[in-house]
Design a protein around this ligand. Structure first.
Ligand code: CUA
Length: 336
């Protein structure tokens, strides 16, 4: 319990970095302190009663009961009034907070509109009103100080979108168009997590939010829109590209699920890998983006993220050879 309250944790709700999360923290703390007060008063009264009115050891049938306060109208009126006062103290800041957070950004506020789609078990972010419409997997870049309007969609089951330092959870439900907004008021990398049980690898359904200044954000959008670099002919990476497009064996083409812009790979049911080499993480936030982790993933994706579709979909298990893994890794690593 104590560890859950650490400020320095990457997913701490006590270390807020934006107005949505700080409003939610403020109302949480008021409710918490009112509850602590009730706990102390009621707990003290209970302990006092246990000690003061304890039955004597030689309790006989003629021992009188302590004086009973049931039916004391004045006492009951006071207790009811105290309860009402406590509820008003909680409601006073909570009701305006609900309206504030429920009001989606208007067109004049120029929000960045992003569709965040949950898949078992990764996140897809599509930028709907930026200079270029781009879509990326598992890493959401946003500009600091600007409202972000999130349209939450699910491609399969119920998920929940949560970036603890930026704002609370909102469910992501198939065929329902939920919305929420966030704003980061300082630069940083914020951890996100699916917060609704959605199957075997629910706990492995993470993502990162990278908040930078407006120029960084524009540059990032233009870069995401650009085509992938092509490997030099005859290189190990060129061999990796060939395996990616055609598959190590018949019916196992990586390109049938993944997109790499500028190549024939145009799959849309797995994360877009056009610039995968420049991402912070692999496999939706659970691996570092380095040679060791990438190869571990390619060798046995089911061991890293149990149940994921690269291990269970209606295609024969990949079982890539070391040579195939090395070639694919060489190619994916150059996709900066
Ligand atoms: Cu998606 Cu839990």
């Amino acid at each position: 319990m104590a560890a859950g309250c650490g400020n320095s944790d990457n997913q701490s709700i006590f270390d807020t970095k934006g107005p949505v999360a700080s409003t939610e923290l403020y109302t949480t703390m008021i409710t918490l302190w009112v509850s602590v007060g009730i706990f102390v008063v009621v707990g003290s009264a209970l302990v006092f009663a246990l000690v003061r009115f304890r039955a004597p050891a030689d309790l006989g049938p003629e021992t009188p009961l302590p004086s009973q306060s049931h039916g004391n109208a004045a006492l009951e009126a006071v207790l009811t009034l105290v309860s009402i006062c406590l509820l008003v103290i909680i409601a006073w800041p909570t009701i305006p907070a609900i309206f504030k957070l429920d009001a989606m950004p208007t067109a004049e506020e120029k929000p960045v509109i992003i569709e965040a789609k949950g898949w078992q078990w990764w996140w897809e972010f599509t930028y709907l009103n930026t200079k270029k419409k781009v879509y990326v997997g598992n890493e959401m870049h946003i500009p600091v100080g600007r409202k972000i309007l999130l349209r939450l969609e699910s491609s399969d089951v119920i998920h929940s979108f949560w970036v603890p330092k930026l704002g609370g959870k909102t469910d992501v439900i198939p065929n329902q168009h939920n919305q929420m907004w966030l704003l980061a008021d300082q630069k940083g990398v914020y951890y996100g997590q699916c917060a609704e049980y959605c199957g075997t690898s629910h706990a492995n359904m993470r993502f990162k939010v990278v908040a930078g200044d407006a120029d960084d954000f524009e540059k990032w959008i233009m870069h995401q829109d650009s085509a992938a670099v092509d490997p030099p002919a005859g290189s190990l990476a060129a061999r990796g590209k060939e395996i990616f497009i055609k598959g190590p064996k018949e019916g196992q083409a990586c390109s049938s699920c993944h997109m790499i812009k500028g190549t024939p790979a145009a799959g849309i049911v797995g994360p877009n890998l056009t610039h995968v080499g420049s991402r912070l993480n692999l496999a939706s936030g659970i691996l570092d983006n380095n040679d060791h982790d990438l190869k571990m993933w390619l060798h046995d994706p089911g061991a890293v993220k149990p149940g994921n579709h690269m291990a269970t979909m209606a295609m024969p298990p990949l079982h890539l050879s070391d040579d195939e893994v090395n070639a694919l890794a060489a190619y994916l690593e150059m996709l900066k």
